[in-house]
Every structure is written in structure tokens, then in C-alpha cells.
Design a protein around this ligand. Structure first.
Ligand code: FES
Length: 105
């Protein structure tokens, strides 16, 4: 599944993400700048925080309460489009999606 990340520098990078895995894993494996994932995917650290810019196949499932709470209380500059990429499961529906890495933690 092809997903694009826009890094803090503005560089766009398309990565290949495996369905069934959290998107954060694919972003880390690809070395996306700014995806740190300190908590290892437990929805606690918000260092995998991105903004969802485009979802060509329709909206993603809503964040669960733990993801929403971490975004609200731990993420820098949360937006309505904020997601923790460790809580976004890769599926075919993510094909063509674009995420902007959140800056300034
Ligand atoms: Fe820590 Fe996603 S890796 S919140």
C-alpha cells in the first residue's frame, strides 16, 4: 500500500506499507524524518504524530479514546486531522493517503 509522508523539511516521500501493520512501523522502517515512536506504539508518547492531509478512499476509522487523549494532552499543536501513526492500521483503504509529519515537539 503506497502512503506518502511529508517530512518536516517539506520533502515528500512515498513508502510501501504492509497491510495489517501499524503505519508507524512502515514509517520507521523507511526512516521518515520526525517519526520517533519513543513508546514503541503504545499510543502514549505522541512522537509518531502526523496530520492526515489526504485520504482518497474516504475517511479513516475514528481514533480510539487512548489515541484521542494522547493527541489532546501530549501532542504538540494538535489539529482535527491529527493521528498517531502507531494507531493507524495499514489497509488497502490507505492507498494514496498523505500524512504530514507534525513538527515541534
Ligand atoms: Fe508512541 Fe505512537 S509510537 S504514541
Amino acid at each position: 500500500v503506497k502512503v506518502t509522508f511529508i517530512e518536516e523539511s517539506g520533502k515528500r516521500r512515498e513508502i510501501d506499507a504492509r497491510p495489517g501493520d501499524p503505519l508507524m512501523y512502515a514509517a520507521k522502517d523507511a526512516g521518515i524524518d520526525g517519526i520517533i515512536a519513543e513508546c514503541g506504539g503504545s499510543a502514549m508518547c505522541a512522537t509518531c504524530h502526523c496530520y492526515l492531509l489526504e485520504a482518497p478512499n474516504g475517511p479513516l476509522p475514528e481514533p480510539r479514546i487512548d489515541e484521542a487523549d494522547t493527541i489532546e494532552f501530549n501532542a504538540h499543536a494538535p489539529q482535527p486531522t491529527s493521528r498517531l501513526t502507531c494507531q493507524v492500521m495499514v489497509s488497502e483503504a490507505l492507498e494514496g493517503a498523505v500524512f504530514q509529519v507534525a513538527t515541534g515537539r
